[in-house]
Design a protein around this ligand. Structure first.
Ligand SMILES: CCC/C=C/C=C/C(=O)SCCNC(=O)CCNC(=O)[C@H](O)C(C)(C)COP(=O)(O)OP(=O)(O)OC[C@H]1O[C@@H](n2cnc3c(N)ncnc32)[C@H](O)[C@@H]1OP(=O)(O)O
Length: 305
């Protein structure tokens, strides 16, 4: 006999499932973007391109907001397991759109009081921070493929990604000091964790000098350098396919725990993965992958997540 409590739990469970089904259905119909091009070149692999080529993919207000919207949408899309991010046209990105930045300056000038100006700036900075952080909070690994210039906000963007590739002609510039500001949307927080050398990070951030592909590789900012953009994007998509062929439970758990462990002690990280795997190792994926490994079975197909 089912108690009243159990019946209401079942009702809640059904309502939750109906709603989460709707959320998945809604998110898988890809939204249209003005400044991004989103394609699905291989099963479970999405390709996001920064797409304002006439303005060298300068990040205007629309692009900042669309980056956040795009990665938050793909985060919940069960048809997406890995994302490749590149830039359309001549360069990866020229950083923040300087015309938009000047307009922000004009808006500030219209306000007389310091607290009101500070509120406007806080809102603007927080929105832009959230946009960059959406790459890190997205449960799916993000592979950035950089060609030619990656300036200012572009460095914030790629340091929030999981894997970084570049082509031979690439250069990177933490340009913020040259526009009179300290970088505030992630570079100062993430670059030191990506590059081992504190001295190099400080040199790049204080001088705004260009870091070219060979030094980007030797310093660890980049893991692979390619002859040209075309071969780089192809290889990024191949890497994405390898990742997409693995259990999404295992891959997403790995990303979540790498990000968590970067910001916690070893013991806290161990506690976190222990809690995590109490759930994840009960998944069908673990049983299927373990049997496949033991029986040398290839091409295991995992259910969508
Ligand atoms: C809360 C804030 C958080 C974020 C902070 C972010 C900070 C930053 O990103 S700091 C870095 C800002 N960016 C720059 O200083 C780079 C400016 N651009 C350049 O130095 C050059 O364009 C570049 C070296 C990248 C390429 O030079 P090239 O000669 O090949 O091209 P250009 O003729 O200069 O540019 C072609 C058209 O693109 C427009 N454009 C380029 N960069 C920007 C930009 N950042 N913002 C707006 N528009 C940009 C340029 O005006 C040309 O347009 P048009 O004249 O209409 O052809």
């Amino acid at each position: 006999m089912i108690s009243r409590n159990s019946r209401s739990l079942i009702r809640m469970y059904k309502a939750f499932n109906d709603n989460s089904f709707k959320a998945v259905k809604m998110s898988s119909s890809a939204p249209e973007y003005e400044t991004l091009k989103v394609t699905n070149p291989k099963e479970f692999v999405y390709h996001v391109e920064l797409c304002r080529p006439d303005k060298l993919n300068a990040m205007n207000n629309t692009m900042w907001l669309e980056i956040g919207k795009c990665f938050n949408t793909l985060d919940w899309d069960e048809n997406c397991r890995v994302i490749v991010l590149s830039g359309a046209g001549k360069i990866f990105t020229a950083g923040i759109d300087l015309i938009d930045a000047a307009e922000m300056g004009a808006k500030l000038g219209d306000l007389n009081d310091i607290a009101r100006r500070a509120k406007l700036l806080r809102q603007f900075i927080t929105q832009y921070q959230n946009s960059i952080t959406s790459l890190e909070t997205c449960k799916k690994p993000v592979i950035t493929a950089v060609h030619s210039a990656c300036v200012g906000g572009g460095v914030d963007l790629i340091t929030a990604a999981d894997i970084r590739y570049c082509s031979k002609d690439a250069w990177f510039q933490v340009k913020e000091v040259d526009i009179g500001m300290a970088a505030d949307v992630g570079t100062l927080q993430r670059l030191p964790r990506v590059i081992g050398s504190d001295s190099l990070v400080r040199e790049l951030c204080y001088t705004a000098r260009k870091l070219f592909a060979d030094e980007a590789l030797s310093s660890g900012l980049i893991s692979r350098v390619f002859e040209d953009k075309e071969s780089m994007v192809q290889e990024a998509i191949s890497t994405a396919q390898v990742i997409a062929s693995k259990s999404p439970v295992a891959v997403q758990g790995t990303k979540a725990n790498l990000v968590y462990s970067r910001d916690h002690t070893v013991q806290e990280g161990l506690d976190h993965i222990s809690q995590w795997n109490q759930m994840a190792m009960q998944s069908d994926d673990f049983a299927e992958a373990t049997v496949a490994a033991a029986t040398k079975q290839k091409n295991v197909v995992y259910a969508k997540l």
